[in-house]
Design a protein around this ligand. Sequence first.
Ligand SMILES: Nc1ncnc2c1ncn2[C@@H]1O[C@H](COP(=O)(O)OP(=O)(O)O)[C@@H](O)[C@H]1O
Ligand SMILES: [Mg+2]
Length: 309
Amino acid sequence: MASIIDIQHLTKKYADGHLALDNISVRIDEGEIIALLGPNGAGKTTLISIICGLTVISGGSVQVDGCDVVSEYRRTRSIIGLVPQELMLEPFETVLGTVKLSRGLFGLKADPAYVEKILRQLSLWTKRNNQIRELSGGMKRRVLIAKALSHEPKVLFLDEPTAGVDVDMRRETWKVIKSLKQRGVTIVLTTHYIEEAEEIADRIAVINNGKILLIEEKYELMKRLGKKQLWIDIDRAITELPIKLRGSGIELENHGTRVVYKYDAAKTQGDVSSVLAVLREEGIAILDLQTYQSSLEDIFVGLVNEETM
Ligand SMILES: Nc1ncnc2c1ncn2[C@@H]1O[C@H](COP(=O)(O)OP(=O)(O)O)[C@@H](O)[C@H]1O
Ligand SMILES: [Mg+2]
């Protein structure tokens, strides 16, 4: 797949000497949704601001669609839509006016049909003549998305799109983001919500202390780092595991009535059946089986803690 954003050895040191980005190299593919996942202060907003040409680079380079974000700022900025972290809107302007104005600022000709299309897509068409101050928080956020889409960008950046948003609105925003992808927009979003990355991203980059800890396709990541547990409830309480099962990640829990086997999610199932076979040999009947797969959250917390230690 062709990459639309190419970040090479990017470094950002703020005036106070704080190293916010430390030698970051990432390629973002056209048409994908990539989530930059990291705790507060990780460097996510700094990274986005640099790609959008709003923050000065200390070292390295960023290209968008083959153009340098510094020397070809106007061209790269025209390809990018940005939904900032803070809600910044003119309260007395109407929804329609806000979006039209934003398109105009990019020097594009008015296109009422296009503006109507994005407002409809974001369920804002019926509110088009309302002033911004009359809208709910969720609607304001959608106006920001409409504004960012007003100049038909190829790449859309969403900085913490659902921070402080209620659960219903969060789900609705995810739906909008997915539908934008369907229309061919490349989407880069930052979040500190693991659930958000898990729900909508094709690839996840974990960022902490200005460094990319990993970047990987979501399902690969979960398969590679995920752990599974098999819980086997048995028909009696035993005080010790059968000898053949000792010392191989198998434990006895629930007062000796549950055998818990922990293994890599990527592993083949052969070992599972041998554990069951041993129990059968011992004349122990199985009452119930459950498996538990560690979530992205477990993986993420593990990674970030490892890094901090
Ligand atoms: N203008 C600035 N001057 C100095 N330090 C800054 C500035 N902006 C951000 N930082 C620092 O850079 C680090 C990364 O910030 P930021 O990119 O906003 O992180 P995130 O968006 O992941 O929460 C933080 O430690 C933050 O305090
Ligand atoms: Mg931020």
